[in-house]
Design a protein around this ligand. Structure first.
Ligand code: URA
Length: 196
């Protein structure tokens, strides 16, 4: 692991900066390449992630793996993390205090890893990256609603493209509608990777 990330990881292991520490089994730090072209931001660890200490290893993780496989990306070449690093009780959404306590850590991870493309999965992740509540539907940020383009994110001089899509758990709830909506987003990622 990259030195700065290792220091951050050590610092987070016994983090008690929000109440999520009370019921977590362990902090689920990000995982993957130390030179990722692509970083994926999910919502929060679920039951399986909390048990194993690895992001996206439950049912939503299986869906994400299928999509990554379609795009031609392996977990080893990207970096995956969450909006908050500890499991919220009963998998509820992290609240605004929990999100703000974990925001500096996400920003620092982006500054250290400097991904070219950040893929934001779902409303909570968009709220965390953008540092503000979202008014209206998440779909306003989808590529088809911004002229097929990318959003941008800048932190400490590092600029990244951003693609917003639904969280893979949406595919578990509504597979047919879900795939129809998210497939064009991932096709855009695939095209971008092929043309890089
Ligand atoms: N598992 C994760 O690590 N993150 C999510 O957002 C959902 C499941």
């Amino acid at each position: 692991m990259n030195n700065q990330l290792e220091v951050l990881c050590e610092r987070m292991v016994d983090c008690e900066s929000c109440d999520l520490y009370r019921e977590r089994t362990q902090v689920v730090f990000g995982e993957g390449s130390m030179k990722p072209k692509v970083m994926i931001i999910g919502e929060a660890p679920g039951e399986e992630e909390d048990k194993r200490g690895i992001p996206f290893v439950g049912k939503a993780g299986d869906k994400l793996d299928k999509i990554l496989n379609y795009v031609g990306l392996s977990r080893e070449e990207i970096y995956i993390t969450n909006s908050v690093l500890c499991r919220p009780p009963n998998n509820r959404n992290p609240n605004s205090e929990e999100l703000s306590s974990c925001r500096w850590r996400l920003q620092l991870q982006i500054q250290i890893l400097r991904p070219e493309l950040i893929i934001v999965l779902g409303r909570v992740a968009m709220q965390q990256l953008g540092d503000k509540p979202i008014k209206g539907a998440l779909s306003q940020f989808f590529p088809e609603n911004i002229d097929g383009d990318w959003l941008n994110y800048e932190t400490k001089g590092h600029k990244a493209k951003v693609l917003v899509s639904y969280h893979p758990s949406y595919l578990l709830r509504s597979p047919e509608r879900g795939y129809k909506t998210v497939l064009p987003h991932w096709k855009q990622v695939k095209r971008w990777l092929e043309n890089e």
